[in-house]
Design a protein around this ligand. Structure first.
Ligand code: GLN
Length: 553
């Protein structure tokens, strides 16, 4: 049985439970352990795939095509382990499983109840996701005291009782607010939150105290004595200017040692956190900075583009460049006032759905193409670039995606089922992959075309990226678009689907767009070749690209 670290949260939400859990995981990984992570979410949706990014932030996609909570993104950016569908489980999924078993007659006529049937299913999912690792961190979404999270808390309480303290550790994240009028940190909310947790039978082993200010020893002692947690296991987690400092802070206070001792983990030696130190150093001491416009639809809710924002920063980290993000509402560019794009060094159009703002994405692509500004299109951002090229270069004035205009005479982007050809190539693919009108999800391979910018950046012929989309480049327009100068730089392995497009370099310094979502595979330690290349191009633009453009004109 894999030793489990359960991470709960108290007092208020948004304390950064996912980041705290991922930070501890990264230290344990740095001590030579095979670590995995899991999120248990109390909401009833079966997965977050259908939830609005306005409410819930981005939908994060795993290799196996699971549509998950954005916390899985934090996990994968902090640890090397690649996660899957099993690592994100909601109440909806648990009930779905239990009800399916009930209908199949698996419970042999028993009355199906929260305890033991729901809690047993939760335990089964935890064991399934964590088997084979040296240690696993299991984050419980929500805040202790929520009605919805009770079955999860009951399940983890049972695990501890059944398996003992060497197999299960409770870490509770709380808030220690600073009350300016009194000039003091207040420990009462933490005391109450632990009391609540103990009332359902869970005594935390470790407290992680989020605060604006460092936690003085006197307060640490007070919290320890009120909560029955040992003083050295009351860990401070003050606000930080750089995210990557968190593993360093937690390690300094001995958190990994406390955990390794209680769970008797087979650590191989001290933690080597030099990669995180380097990330902090590169963030705090940049040699250059660029401004990138991100043209989207949910820009007031930046969590909707969490991975894109992070991947841009990682791209900068690799070259000690601070990346300032200028979030632009696509719809506001539709009036053709492009002044918001005048001073940026690169334009990124991320993924999206539906027609609101699509025209703003198209004009952004046009602005980038005509002015030699580096352009990076992701998914809908590629589709917008294709539509733009078809309209303004090829001359198909009403070109569109059928997502926005079913009547367009030139549906350059459409569902595969809509652009069936006489050759039968599409029927072939439908049979094999069941792509019909449903979402293409998860890791898929593509072959890069020799001599292209994409091939140069990746440095290899075959790549694999995660997908989440329904519409595709319409093959009927391939030749026409290529004849007009558009380069198709990557195709699916069977040659049937366009995966990436670009403009040749004498025509444009850096114009590249992909159907997949490379942002999901970027990490602060390694960056991602497309994002690194894009930021490098933005730096070149800043240094002299404008001059290049003038020289060409
Ligand atoms: N709406 C587009 C599609 O479904 C793009 C999706 C996306 O950007 N993730 O194909």
């Amino acid at each position: 049985m894999t030793p489990l670290i359960f991470v709960t949260g108290g007092v208020v939400s948004s304390l950064g439970k996912g980041i705290a859990a991922a930070s501890l995981a990264s230290i344990l990984e740095a001590r030579g352990l095979r670590v995995t992570m899991m999120k248990l979410d109390p909401y009833i949706n079966v997965d977050p795939g259908t939830m609005s990014p306005f409410q819930h932030g981005e939908v994060y996609v795993t290799d196996d095509g699971a549509e998950t909570d954005l916390d899985l993104g934090h996990y994968e950016r902090f640890v090397r382990t690649r996660l899957s569908r099993k690592n994100s489980v909601t109440t909806g999924r648990i009930y779905e499983n239990v009800i399916r078993k009930e209908r199949r007659g698996d419970y042999l006529g028993a009355t199906v109840q929260v305890i033991p049937h729901i809690t047993d299913e939760i335990k089964r999912c935890i064991d399934e996701a964590t088997a084979g690792f040296d240690v696993a961190l299991v984050e419980i979404g929500g805040t202790v005291g929520d009605i919805e999270s009770l079955p999860f808390l009951e399940a983890i309480r049972q695990i501890r009782t059944e398996r003992g303290q060497e197999k299960a550790l409770f870490m509770h994240l709380t808030l220690v607010p600073y009350i300016a009028a009194a000039g003091e940190l207040k420990t009462k909310p933490t005391q109450h939150s632990v009391k609540e947790l103990r009332s359902i039978g869970i005594q935390p082993d470790v407290l992680l105290c989020r605060s604006e200010q460092p936690l003085p020893d006197s307060e640490r002692r007070k919290i320890a004595s009120f909560t029955n947690v040992s003083e050295r296991a009351v860990i401070a987690s003050p606000d930080v200017d750089v995210l990557y400092k968190i593993p360093l802070y937690l390690h300094e206070q001995g958190l990994d040692e406390i955990v390794a001792t209680q769970l008797k983990l087979p650590v191989s030696g001290p933690a080597d956190l030099s990669e995180w130190e380097a990330a902090v150093d590169a963030t705090l001491n940049p040699l250059d900075e660029v401004t990138i416009a991100v043209v989207g639809k949910y820009v007031d809710h930046k969590d909707a583009y969490k991975s894109v924002g992070e991947a841009l920063k990682h791209g900068g980290l690799r070259q000690r460049t601070r990346v300032n993000l200028k979030w632009l509402e696509a719809q506001e560019l539709e009036g053709n006032d492009m002044s918001a794009l005048q001073d940026v060094h690169g334009i990124l159009v991320p993924g999206g759905f539906g027609d609101r703002g699509f025209e703003g994405k198209v004009v952004s692509a046009r602005f980038a193409r005509e002015n030699g500004v580096p352009y990076f299109g992701i998914c809908y951002g590629m589709q917008a670039a294709v539509v733009e090229y078809a309209r303004n270069v090829v001359g198909m004035a009403d070109a569109n995606s059928t997502e926005n205009d079913k009547q367009s005479a030139h549906p350059v982007i459409g569902l595969i089922t809509e652009w069936r050809t006489a050759t039968g190539e599409v029927e072939k693919r439908d049979e094999r992959t069941d792509l019909g009108g449903s979402m293409r999800l998860g890791l898929q391979e593509a072959r890069l075309k020799p001599g292209t910018l994409a091939r140069e950046l990746y440095g290899k012929d075959v790549i694999a990226e995660r997908h989440r989309h329904r519409y595709e480049f319409n093959n009927r327009y391939r030749t026409q678009m290529e004849d007009a100068g558009l380069v198709i730089s990557a195709k699916s392995m069977d040659d049937l689907l366009v995966e990436m497009i670009e403009l040749p370099r004498p025509v444009h310094p850096w114009f590249l767009a992909c159907q997949a979502h490379p942002e999901f595979l970027s990490t602060p330690r390694d960056g991602h070749p497309l994002f690194v290349g894009f930021i490098r191009a933005a730096r070149e633009m800043k240094a002299g690209g404008k001059l290049l453009k003038e020289a060409r004109a």
